[in-house]
Design a protein around this ligand. Structure first.
Ligand code: GLN
Length: 467
């Protein structure tokens, strides 16, 4: 048996076995994966990801198997085409073993909004893995795959990465093609990568990045060879730390872990500078206006005619739309469609949507001013460690507040990465977030790799594959 066959089969077996506990996968496609292996075994040349098993979030289109966005309304929907990111993974020789669970249409921070059951955190199965890419984060943390794709509209790669003790990067808006990524908030959405090691994340990002003529918002900006830049000396890099950042709502253990990580960076020769981001506090309000507005428009296409599910027992067109959407969408998705429709309605457009767009511009200026003084900015990824299942489901607002540190990178469009920086007393991982200038993924990966090498995380989740 070839090495790659052994590795792919092992990943599939582990995925199947651990799914009973974690529910990280919505689809595990053994047959497809083994067909891919066969093809790779016969190939003369090897791509950068030759034979590497990978998991893909279920809002990224795959032509060979269903793409549900963890929604009843898309159950059984099989796309006509592959997302560009998936196409590039395949071309590089990766083997997609399955599609991962998520919050419905990527709306959520805990994975409890999936129509197909919640995902459990491998560090403590009574806790959430974070969201919305919770399945991808759990699959990586449990050692099923080394890398997985997620999507990040307001933190959905970075926050679950932090909750599950893995690395997660959201690239600059336009770095990775959104073709085939099911739209949530189109001006915020980016495909990102989760992985156990910075090196693997860098490799996959290198493969999926770059201009794609099928997505007009993908940028024609050169993609560096991230892997080759990982070990550069970080002496003299200026790291900005926002003053007043560490106020209300921030868990004290998270705070001290982040402060320790900043000291760690200082000990590696970087220069720590204080910066101001006075408008950061408006991030959540602006995000939940813009993201819901865009979502309400994007989700109008699910009408029972074009995709997946259609309600039964109606024979009048309008009623069919209503009933399909009533039965097909979950509670959080409906809440957001209503919020978004409201902020876009003629009486409220100026007061909410237009105002939010203005503050978004001011936020960009805030960051531009900060980046005059530093090369990157650090802050926590999330104000807390993984919370308990059910803890926030009755209080959507407190759930929204947990995105406080992640949403601004999406509003501004800059890249950001989350890396593990310690564990709490209860043995739950803590994430450190590094935000960079436009297109500076290379520096974020470089800093993360040097940090990971100097301060490796020496704890392991309870649920983990045996080697
Ligand atoms: N938690 C945020 C939300 O619920 C972010 C989601 C995301 O990044 N997809 O909207």
């Amino acid at each position: 048996m070839s090495e790659i066959r052994v590795e792919v089969e092992r990943a599939i077996e582990n995925a199947e076995r651990l799914n009973g506990i974690l529910n990280a996968f919505l689809t595990i496609d053994r047959e497809y994966a083994l067909r891919r292996v066969e093809k790779l075994e016969g190939a003369d040349s090897h791509g950068k990801l030759h034979g590497i098993p990978i998991a893909v979030k279920d809002n990224i289109c795959t032509s060979w198997t269903q793409t549900t966005c963890a929604s009843r309304i898309l159950s059984g929907y099989r796309p006509q085409y592959d997302a560009t990111a998936v196409e590039r993974l395949n071309k590089a020789g990766a083997v997609v073993i399955g599609k991962t669970n998520m919050d419905e249409f990527a709306m959520g921070s805990s994975n409890e909004n999936s129509a197909f059951g919640l995902v459990k955190n491998p560090w403590d199965i009574e806790r959430v893995p974070g969201g919305s890419s919770g399945g991808s984060a759990a699959a990586v943390a449990a050692g099923i795959v080394r890398v997985a794709l997620g999507s990040d509209t307001g933190g959905s790669v970075r926050q679950p990465a932090a909750f599950c003790g893995v690395v997660g990067i959201k690239p600059t808006y336009g770095r990775v093609s959104r073709y085939g990524l099911v739209a949530f908030g189109s001006s915020l959405d980016q495909i990102g990568v989760l992985g156990k090691k910075v090196r693997d994340v860098a490799q996959v990002l290198e493969v999926i990045s770059g201009r794609d003529e099928k997505d007009a918002t993908s940028a024609d900006v050169r993609v560096p060879e991230y892997l080759k830049l990982l070990d550069r000396d970080i002496k003299g890099v200026k790291i900005g730390v926002p003053r007043l950042l560490f106020s209300g709502g921030l868990d004290s253990e998270v705070k001290s872990a982040v402060e320790k990580a900043i000291e760690g960076f200082a000990s590696l020769g970087t220069e720590i500078v204080e910066i101001d981001l006075p408008l950061l506090k408006y991030g959540i309000a602006v995000y939940y206006i813009i993201a819901t507005a865009e979502a309400s428009s994007n989700l109008a296409r699910y009408d029972g005619v074009r995709y997946g599910f259609r309600a039964e027992g109606v024979n009048e067109l309008r009623q069919m739309y209503y009933k399909t959407r009533e039965e097909g969408f979950g509670e959080e998705v409906k809440r957001r469609i209503m919020l978004g429709t409201y902020v876009l309605s003629s009486g409220y457009y100026d007061a909410y949507y237009a105002k939010a767009q203005k503050v978004r511009t001011l936020l960009k200026r805030d960051f531009q001013a900060a980046f005059d003084k530093c090369d990157c900015i650090v802050m926590p990824t999330s104000p807390t460690t993984a919370f308990r299942i059910g803890e926030k489901t009755d209080d959507p607002l407190s759930m929204y507040l947990s995105d406080i540190y992640t949403v601004t990178a999406n509003l501004v469009g800059i890249p950001a990465i989350s890396i593990p920086c310690g564990v709490s007393k209860e043995s739950l991982p803590i994430g450190l977030q590094i935000l960079g200038k436009y297109w500076a993924e290379d520096l974020l990966l470089n800093l993360s790799n040097v940090y990971e090498t100097a301060f490796p995380l020496d704890a392991k989740p309870k649920v983990h594959v045996q080697k």
